[in-house]
Ligand binder design. Structure first.
Ligand code: ZN
Length: 159
């Protein structure tokens, strides 16, 4: 188990586009394990590879629905509905901002064995999928916040 250093807002790596993963390697398997360790250590519900300095299209999500999602080369293929609520990010610790997201999304991706998977999410899971996937294209949630970031009042979900 290894906790990696989380890159913070202002680090140029968070603004870069990540590369597609062609095949699973021992190095990427270790990366995925470390991403879960790092996310849990920071009490997050999601983490994208660029947040630990690796420009690959990999995200991990655990919104405490008894699934540990590994999404490789993910793409949102369907979305509908709308939810407006507070969002946070492990790369912007202690801050939250209001973001409107689809309430329901369907994403296609590959799992840690490079098997194709489909993940359907509502509510928090839909929000986490949208948030993490944007990290892969260098987008941060604060880009969508129109009324400013606020200090987090409690240890709410951070992605
Ligand atoms: Zn984030």
């Amino acid at each position: 188990m290894a906790i990696r250093k989380i890159r913070l807002d202002g680090d140029p790596i968070l603004r870069k586009e990540c590369k597609v993963v062609d095949k699973m390697t021992p190095r990427l398997q270790t990366l995925i394990e470390d991403m879960f360790d790092t996310m849990y250590d920071a009490n997050g519900v999601g983490l994208a590879a660029p947040q630990v300095g690796i420009l690959r299209r990999i995200v991990v999500i655990d919104v405490q629905d008894e699934h540990q999602y590994v999404l490789i080369n993910p793409e949102i293929v369907e979305q509908d509905g709308e939810q407006t609520g507070d969002e946070g990010c492990l790369s912007l610790p202690g801050k939250v901002g209001t973001v409107t997201r689809p309430n329901h999304v369907v994403a296609k991706a590959f799992d840690e064995n490079m098997m194709p998977i489909t993940v359907e999410g509502e509510g928090l899971l839909a929000r986490a999928i949208c948030h993490e996937l944007e990290h892969l294209d260098g987008v941060l949630y604060k880009d969508h916040v129109t009324d400013g970031l606020r200090n987090a009042e409690d240890s709410g979900e951070q992605e």
